[in-house]
Design a protein around this ligand. Structure first.
Ligand SMILES: [Zn+2]
Ligand SMILES: [Zn+2]
Length: 396
């Protein structure tokens, strides 16, 4: 990896060390959805320190920093980082290990926040670009949809953006490499649940009962046909069952009256998402009907698919190539099955989301692993990417 000559952040080790210190401090003090008060204090303090205008309170702990370039220009872009941690007991033993029992920065949002702060500091020092940047620090990415809440509370009315960009680290990709693709890049992540309802009854006299376990069994054995027989072969989707509950461990001789089956549905296109919902409901209801039972069906739409806009994807790939060389940028990467609430922002504003390498090998476990840590080596890469993205987007 060679960082762009015009932007050799390694030339300023003090700066990178300061950002590393901030990253480790945030890692040590993880905060979960909408409770990122200490983290947002750090973000606001760091932005104000370099004269960036700060607005706080969107989605409770959200922070927006606004910086105008010194060259004339009306274009406005948003750069977004997430700040929240996960409910995971950290297995690491290093000195910046979480001090908040049961909470951990296992997705690298400590790194995302620090990289955007680093870029903000550099850009405030040299605002040689034409237009305006909103640095968007959002809470609650992991499961509560902080991006959606920020939008509902007026993010893009108060801070209109012509384009918006996001970045996530990715273990399994070398530091100094980027990956992106136009179109759907991450899946819609939805939850569904079905309760099969019968009368239940004595296990010895099933002819006197209607048995929802039979209905659930029919459903479970048919559900994979949605993928094999309904979703077109050129589309991808996943349906997995994650939870089944019925009866009582101490009562194996009683037919339960209710069987709960819950799972996840992943898809990359709105029409496939609709199809999964429709077929899950149909198969649930027909399976129930065959056994004289009822099915209560609930499909909870959580995060939409993350769909990168073509023009902004090209801009992001170009900025990444400027940062690390075109040979280190995979601009046609395969979509991944995870979900991400930046998708809500991309539904409103053209933009793109890029993956940056967090390193490969056994000592670089995947995100959401109790032994995960953001790789500090990736800090200057991400900072340089943000700066190159601003130069690509807003000139200068
Ligand atoms: Zn995560
Ligand atoms: Zn994440």
């Amino acid at each position: 990896m060679t960082l762009s000559n015009t932007l050799d952040l390694h030339a300023d080790p003090d700066f990178i060390n300061e950002i590393k210190t901030i990253r480790r401090d945030i890692h040590q003090h993880p905060e979960t959805a909408f409770e990122e008060t200490r983290t947002s204090d750090i973000v606001a303090r760091e932005l104000e320190k370099v004269g960036i205008e700060v607005s706080r309170g969107l989605a409770r702990t959200g922070v927006i920093g606004t910086l105008r370039g010194k060259l004339p220009g009306d274009r406005v872009i948003g750069l977004r980082a997430d700040m929240d941690a996960l409910f995971i007991h950290e297995a690491n033993e290093f000195s910046h290990k979480s001090v908040h029992e049961g909470k951990m920065h296992a997705c690298g949002h400590d790194g995302h926040t620090s990289m955007l702060l680093g870029a903000a500091r550099q850009l405030a020092k040299n605002p040689d670009f034409a237009g305006t940047i909103h640095f968007i620090f959002q809470p609650a990415e992991e499961s509560e949809g902080g991006a959606r809440v920020m939008i509902e509370e007026g993010l893009f009315e108060q801070f209109p953006c012509d384009a918006i960009y996001g970045m996530h680290n990715m273990p399994g990709i070398e530091v100094g490499h980027f990956a992106i693709c136009p179109g759907p890049m991450m899946a819609a992540g939805d939850t569904w649940e079905i309760t099969f309802v019968g009368t239940g009854g004595h296990g010895a006299m099933p002819h006197n009962a209607t048995d929802p376990t039979m209905a659930a069994g029919s459903f479970i054995s048919s559900v994979s046909t949605i993928l094999g027989r309904n979703v077109p072969t050129y589309d991808a989707a996943v349906i997995s069952i994650g939870h089944i509950a019925a009866g009582d461990y101490n009562s194996p001789n009683i037919i339960p009256a209710r069987v709960l089956v819950r799972g996840t549905a992943r898809s990359y296109k709105p029409n496939v998402r609709d199809l999964l919902e429709k077929r899950l409901q149909e198969i649930a209801e027909y399976s129930a009907a065959v056994h004289n039972c009822q099915a209560e069906f609930n499909f909870i739409r959580r995060y939409p698919p993350l769909v990168n806009w073509e023009e902004q994807t090209a801009i992001a790939a170009k900025a990444a190539a400027k940062t690390v060389g075109a040979e280190c940028v995979d601009s046609e990467t395969n979509p991944i099955g995870g979900s991400e609430d930046f998708s809500f922002m991309l539904e409103k504003v053209p933009g793109a989301y890029i993956l940056t390498g967090n390193g490969v090998g056994e000592d670089r476990p995947f995100v959401h692993n109790a032994s995960y840590d953001f790789n500090d080596e990736a800090l200057p890469v991400g900072i340089a990417y943000w700066i190159n993205l601003v130069k690509t987007e807003l000139g200068g």
